[in-house]
Write a protein that binds this ligand. Structure first.
Ligand SMILES: Cc1cc2nc3c(=O)[nH]c(=O)nc-3n(C[C@H](O)[C@H](O)[C@H](O)COP(=O)(O)OP(=O)(O)OC[C@H]3O[C@@H](n4cnc5c(N)ncnc54)[C@H](O)[C@@H]3O)c2cc1C
Length: 355
């Protein structure tokens, strides 16, 4: 039997996953002269199941305005019985196209000197040795590294190799329709979404209609059925449209494990309440890179996000413990937004910036 030849290469820093977390990390490391290799299983960087909502406070300093599809100074939040309009002078949330964001971030990382290999799926990890298979399946390479960074999303293999289970994983479903919508809407409709929510996020030439719910609320299948029937009531027929689904990991158990690191969804840094994960991915990728460059560098940005995540988790835990009160909880949330007892920005993972 012929023995398959496996090439072995070494990279000082190996990042698995070219999502926003991995690319942010690669850029900073390469800017500081470190040898970085990013492995991405897909052929093309960027596309990801996502509503494309970014908080203005969180990402305005990170993405150029040209990437913004639409920006909204008004947010319409609905429960079963009430609605509240949150309006501000500056945009509160903007939508972006994930493919364009990915391409832009990849270019920045390449310009800084990082190497990115697409069509390269990691199939096995043993310590700091990683086995990679090309998408044609013909080429197998073994890569060794000094630092291994798991930026490989909610079902991270790097995290698995560390023996860290993911217990808090919520399903998210998105339909990207070729349609126009004017309002950015959030629907805390407990009948359809339990203690999750449905959304309508307008993009330039499309509209994202979707739903997310935290772990334990309902299955992805049920969420999809409920989304379809809820959207029909809003005049959107989703039955024949392409449905995209993915999980969101909000089970944070740490980011530094010796010289193995986790960022973004792999670290479980998304919000369990809203599913917001782009900002946490970019900020954690950036922070991990700076920690590798100089271990004395601060990780305050991650600590702040973890604190936000814990606040969001308190709301989920309350709803989970008292399902009968879930509807009341959502109505109270809307009422508090209406009376300005809580601020819309407290739902964001980023701390509000001064206007
Ligand atoms: C329906 C839905 C809607 C969402 N809407 C929003 C939103 O509006 N705003 C927001 O902020 N967040 C949203 N999110 C969450 C957001 O998409 C994620 O939190 C974010 O993409 C996490 O970034 P990341 O870099 O950590 O991981 P990812 O973006 O998941 O990137 C991981 C990368 O790793 C690659 N990879 C995985 N395994 C391997 C492997 N074995 N080998 C090589 N490569 C691998 C993947 O192909 C991928 O490119 C949504 C999520 C869902 C499911």
């Amino acid at each position: 039997m012929p023995v398959e030849k496996i090439n072995t290469v070494h990279s000082d820093i190996l990042i698995i996953g070219a999502g926003p977390g991995g690319l942010a990390c690669a850029r900073v490391l390469a800017e500081h002269g470190r040898q970085v290799l990013v492995l991405e299983r897909k052929q093309t960087i960027g596309a990801k199941v996502c509503a494309g909502g970014i908080t203005w406070d969180g990402l305005i300093n990170v993405v150029p305005e040209s990437l913004i599809e639409r920006a909204f100074c008004r947010q319409y939040v609905y429960s079963s019985r009430q609605k509240v309009l949150v309006a501000e002078k500056n945009p509160i949330i903007a939508t972006i196209n994930r493919k364009k964001l990915g391409q832009w971030m990849a270019q920045k990382a390449l310009d800084s000197g990082a190497k990115i290999l697409t069509g390269s799926r990691v199939t096995a990890i043993k310590g700091h040795t990683v086995l990679v298979r090309s998408s044609s399946g013909k080429r197998r390479t073994e890569i060794t590294c000094q630092h291994l960074i798991g930026a490989d999303g909610a079902l991270s293999q790097v995290r698995k190799s560390l023996g860290i289970p993911v217990k808090l994983l919520g399903p998210g479903i998105n339909y990207q329709l070729a349609a126009q919508a004017e309002r950015m809407e959030w629907h805390l409709n407990t009948k359809h979404f339990g203690y999750g929510y449905g959304w309508i996020f307008p993009h330039r030439a499309t509209v994202s209609i979707g739903a997310y719910c935290p772990c334990g609320t309902m299955s992805g299948k049920r969420l999809k059925q409920n989304l379809i029937s809820w959207a029909a009531g809003k005049g959107y027929c989703l039955e024949k449209e392409k449905c995209q689904a993915a999980m969101i990991n909000y089970d944070y158990q740490g980011y530094a494990f010796g010289t193995t690191w986790l960022v973004g969804d792999a670290a479980g840094l998304a919000s369990g309440l809203t599913g917001e994960g782009i900002y946490p991915a970019i900020v954690s990728g950036d922070t991990v890179a700076r920690k590798i460059i100089d271990p004395e560098n601060s990780d305050r940005a991650i600590t702040e996000m973890v604190n936000k995540q814990r606040q969001h988790h308190t709301v989920i835990s309350l709803a989970k413990k008292h399902p009968a009160l879930c509807s009341l909880l959502m109505e109270t949330l809307i009422f508090m937004l209406k009376c300005k007892i809580i601020n819309f920005h407290s739902l964001e993972m980023a701390a509000p910036k001064k206007k």
